[in-house]
Write a protein that binds this ligand. Structure first.
Ligand SMILES: [Zn+2]
Length: 180
C-alpha cells in the first residue's frame, strides 16, 4: 500500500483559492490520471477517472471494503486498486502559486498501481474580487480577458507520502516531512 499526494501549482491572476467546484472533497469531482503498473512498468494508454462518490467493492483476494477504482494492467493482467482519502487537501491560493509552491489537494491509497500524468478535468472554482467563478481547466489554462482573470502555468504532480498511514480508524502523518 502506497499513499500518493496529488499536488498542484499555477499562477492565479485576479482570483484566489482554486479548487474543484464543490471544494477539494467534492464528491462528484472527477480526478483524471494514467496508471503506472508497479509489476511490469506499463503505463495505461487512457486516463482513468475516479471520484469520491463512486465506489466499487475491493476484489475479495485483497479483503473486505471498497475502493474508488479497480483496474487490470493490459500488459501483465495484474489487478491494482486506487482509493481516495478525503480531508487532507486545501485550495491553491494566490501566494503559493506565485512562488511556485505545490499544494496538496487529494491523497490516493494505491495497491499495485501508481498514478501519473494528472489531467485537470471537471469544473473548478476560484474567488475573484467580485464573484465566485466556475473555471474550465481542460485546456491547461483559463483566461477571461473581460474580467482580467487568468489561471496559467498549471502544473500537477503525484508525490509519495513517506509518513502517511492508517492507525486503527485514523490516518496520521508527519506534516514536517510530508507537508501540510
Ligand atoms: Zn503490468
Amino acid at each position: 500500500m502506497v499513499y500518493f499526494a496529488l499536488k498542484i501549482t499555477g499562477n492565479l491572476t485576479g482570483v484566489d483559492n482554486l479548487q474543484p467546484r464543490g471544494g477539494v472533497d467534492d464528491p462528484d469531482h472527477p480526478y483524471l490520471f494514467k496508471l503506472h503498473c508497479e509489476n511490469c512498468g506499463e503505463v495505461s494508454r487512457r486516463h482513468s477517472c475516479v471520484m469520491l462518490s463512486e465506489e466499487v467493492p475491493l476484489p475479495s483476494v485483497y479483503g473486505k471494503g471498497s475502493v474508488n477504482l479497480v483496474q487490470k494492467c493490459k500488459l501483465c493482467d495484474r489487478v491494482g486498486t486506487v482509493k481516495m482519502i478525503s480531508g487532507f487537501g486545501k485550495p491553491l491560493n494566490h501566494s503559493s502559486g506565485e512562488c511556485g509552491r505545490y499544494v496538496r489537494i487529494m491523497i490516493f491509497e494505491c495497491h499495485g498501481l501508481a498514478p501519473v500524468e494528472f489531467s485537470f478535468g471537471g469544473v473548478w472554482k476560484a474567488q475573484s474580487r467580485k464573484k465566485l467563478l466556475e473555471i474550465d481547466l481542460s485546456m491547461g489554462e483559463f483566461n477571461d480577458f473581460n474580467e482580467r482573470v487568468h489561471v496559467t502555468d498549471l502544473k500537477a504532480k503525484f508525490e509519495t507520502m513517506r509518513t502517511f498511514g492508517r492507525y486503527g480508524d485514523r490516518y496520521l502523518y508527519s506534516p514536517r516531512i510530508d507537508g501540510w
